[in-house]
Design a binder for this molecule. Structure first.
Ligand code: ADP
Ligand code: ADP
Ligand code: ADP
Length: 191
């Protein structure tokens, strides 16, 4: 199965992608995680992406699509994947479609997680992540950057869900209840 999880910052994409991918037996691919790994590893990609990630802006499509193309070419993604955080622009979505079409593949399903803005802000203001095994806060989870990321979502990524909806690929899931309930709802969409 080839699944895309869409949703604003804090909607639970990362949380759900891990569980749903395990359930499906495919890798969860988080473009945010990949960028953060490259930034902390000081790679060329990390150097080019850093300013955007820190500011809560999107990394340019060209860099992002090239990274995803490499990642999808690795053997573990051969039987499917759950994409968390990609695509985030309509050009990214178009390029993903073209990339899959080269091997006669297409997405199975796109699930958009819906969460009220106040709840998003609450979740991001308390999000704890593990960095080298130690609990830490993401620098882009500070209140000003969160506000900016929510605006970026509305202007650049909301059109992606409309684009998928127009193709009949999109299902919206209210993602405000307990994590396990949301997982059940997402898995039900995929069955
Ligand atoms: P995203 O990847 O969409 O930014 P995350 O999966 O990182 O979202 O979740 C953001 C924060 O909200 C994390 O601290 C996570 O533990 C928490 N969270 C995720 N799902 C839920 C939920 N259903 N109810 C309450 N908190 C949640
Ligand atoms: P969130 O938890 O807010 O959904 P992510 O961890 O998915 O955030 O992404 C963190 C940052 O990584 C984004 O603010 C952006 O700078 C970059 N990023 C992730 N995915 C993409 C993408 N598909 N296109 C451009 N930039 C991206
Ligand atoms: P190397 O230095 O061994 O080439 P990279 O850091 O370039 O490793 O990563 C190899 C591939 O794995 C790249 O396509 C990259 O996008 C992907 N990748 C790296 N980190 C992650 C991650 N946390 N989750 C998913 N894919 C990742």
């Amino acid at each position: 199965m080839r699944v895309v999880l869409l949703g604003p910052p804090g909607a639970g994409k990362g949380t759900q992608a891990q569980v749903v991918a395990r359930h499906l037996g495919v890798p969860a691919i988080s473009t945010g995680d990949v960028f953060r790994d490259h930034v902390s590893g000081g790679t060329e990609l990390g150097r080019r992406a850093r300013a955007c990630v820190d500011a809560g802006d999107l990394v340019p499509d060209e860099l992002t699509v090239a990274m995803v193309r490499d990642r999808l070419a690795s053997p573990d993604a051969g039987d499917g994947f759950v994409l968390d955080g990609f695509p985030r622009t309509v050009p990214q979505a178009e390029q993903l479609r073209a990339l899959l079409a080269k091997t006669d593949l297409a997405l199975t399903s796109v699930v958009e997680l819906l969460v009220d803005t106040q709840e998003l802000v609450r979740r991001l203001s308390t999000r704890v992540v593990l960095v080298d095994g130690r609990p830490s806060r993401r620098e882009d989870d500070d209140p000003d950057t969160v506000r900016h990321r929510l605006t970026v979502y509305e202007t650049q990524t909301r059109p992606v869900s409309d684009w998928y909806a127009a193709q009949g690929l999109l299902t919206r899931v209210v993602a405000e209840g307990p994590v396990d309930d949301v997982t059940s709802d997402v898995v039900a969409v995929l069955e």
